[in-house]
Design a protein around this ligand. Structure first.
Ligand code: UD1
Length: 424
């Protein structure tokens, strides 16, 4: 089992390059199920979740040739319609194959994802939308069995809640449905927008891209002529590295980022006193005399992202005063709090609200455990401010979504060692 070891007193210097967005690449890869041709994808992040999605698509019959940051993939060869439990259990986003498989083949079997570290995370909204498009859905032995013998039918769907992968699934399903779908209360995340743009470039008539109402004219099971594209920059990786500058209160930059996707995050850095400078795709964070406390409510895009909550909590441990975070999207996304408190932070949780009390300005290095992808990065951030060595266990969570972590930190002059426990 691998772990990370981080020495204290390390300050960033220079700049780090931001990779392509995992959460954009996953639905885009799933969308190749709808394709009649091979395409090239650039700026692909080299993280395990991408390899998991490719493994799944490969099992379904897709052909691909992957290099570190680019690949070609041909979804037209897909001939299986079953996404098995052993793969879905390792990555919830496998559910993104449900909509396109059903739309293309008129039937599929996709394992239910089950629970995860940040809450129960149901897929009821995905299923209800597909039923409204004429699908018959039963749950059997932990699998979603979906059938639409004559193809999915366009429908007007009002999402009860804004769901990112739910929107993406139904956008893909609508693209190959018979007739027009109107999707209301759709997620507006940049990753959803890129999916719409790629489908639109493939010839699907999609109106309202970037708004919460989409009108999609389906092709009636005619496969799409997809075009090559490059994945948008990862706004969560970008925000996380800016937090390295923030928690250490040191000037540093990120490159190849898209600042327009980061407005809510950059505004919070400003409220905490940090200077932010944007030049083309480079964002520089400047130190402040005093790190001010912050109030954050996580919400859907363009609001403050839940995926940046843990990292800002880490920065708030260094603020002068009491910070408050209200996690509105997931019911159990404070697993990292216990670990931060073990490092000496003073954080109390009451329901969805976490209060980071008048924080100590130094934390204690100790052995801590990653609990989910973003929580792991908040532990690295705190380790940089600890007064002794920190070790972080269960780092497979990190590898799911942060590319080449040790090298990227090394680019910032920060040494993170990846070690392995002896077997005995
Ligand atoms: C996506 C992101 C994840 C991010 C989250 C919220 C990917 C691969 N993952 O996850 O990193 O944290 O958006 O920005 O893009 N819900 C239901 N029923 C459903 C679907 C969702 O009740 O059928 C609830 C969820 O439990 C949650 C809320 O809706 O409380 C939002 O979840 P959702 O947007 O669906 O998250 P994901 O798409 O799974």
């Amino acid at each position: 089992m691998q772990y990370l070891e981080i020495e204290p007193d390390q300050k960033p210097k220079g700049a780090v390059r931001i990779s392509g967005a995992k959460n954009a690449a996953l639905p885009l890869l799933a969308s190749t199920i709808l394709s009649k041709n091979s395409i090239d994808i650039k700026n692909l992040p080299d993280v395990t979740d991408i390899n998991t999605m490719l493994k799944l698509l490969g099992m379904l019959g897709a052909k691909y040739d992957k290099h570190t940051h680019h690949m070609s993939i041909d979804g037209s060869t897909i001939d299986s319609t079953k996404a098995t439990y052993d793969i879905v259990k390792t990555m919830r986003a496998s559910i993104l194959t449900l909509g396109p498989l059903l739309a293309r083949f008129g039937h599929c079997e996709v394992s239910l994802p089950g629970g995860c570290a940040i809450g129960s995370r149901p897929v009821d909204i995905h299923l209800s939308a597909l039923e409204q498009m004429g699908a018959e859905i039963t749950i059997q032995d932990g699998y979603i069995l979906a059938t639409a013998t004559d193809g999915l039918k366009g429908a007007t769907i009002i999402f009860d809640k804004i769901t990112v992968t739910g929107s993406e699934n139904i956008i893909m399903a609508s693209s190959l449905a018979y007739g027009t779908s109107t999707l209301i209360n759709v997620a507006k995340e940049p990753e959803v927008v890129q999916l719409c743009e790629v489908l639109s470039d493939a010839g699907v008539d999609i109106q309202g891209i970037g708004t919460d109402t989409l009108t999609i004219v389906g092709t009636g099971q005619t496969l799409l002529d997809m075009k090559d594209f490059a994945v948008i920059p990862d706004r969560i990786e970008a925000g996380t590295y800016l937090c390295v500058g923030a928690i250490t209160n040191t000037r540093m930059s990120i490159t190849h980022a898209n600042s327009t996707h980061l407005e809510a995050v950059l505004r919070k850095f400003g409220e905490m006193g940090f200077g932010i400078e944007i030049e083309d795709d480079t964002i520089t964070i400047h130190p402040t005399k005093l790190i001010l406390p912050v109030h954050i409510t996580t919400t859907e895009y363009p609001g403050f992202p839940t995926d940046m909550q843990a990292q800002f909590m880490a920065v708030a441990t260094q603020s002068d005063g009491t910070s408050v975070i209200d996690e509105r999207l997931f019911e159990n996304r404070y697993m990292h709090v216990a670990e931060l408190n073990r490092m000496g932070a003073n954080i109390k949780v009451n329901g969805s609200v976490a209060t980071i009390e008048n924080a100590p300005h130094s934390l204690t290095g100790t052995k801590v455990m990653a609990t989910d992808l973003r929580a792991s990065s908040c532990l690295i951030l705190c380790a940089l401010m600890a007064n002794s060595t920190t070790t972080i266990d269960r780092i497979y969570h990190l590898d799911r979504g942060y590319e080449n972590l040790e090298q990227k930190f090394r680019d910032l002059n920060i040494e993170i060692k990846r070690k392995r426990y002896d077997k005995n």
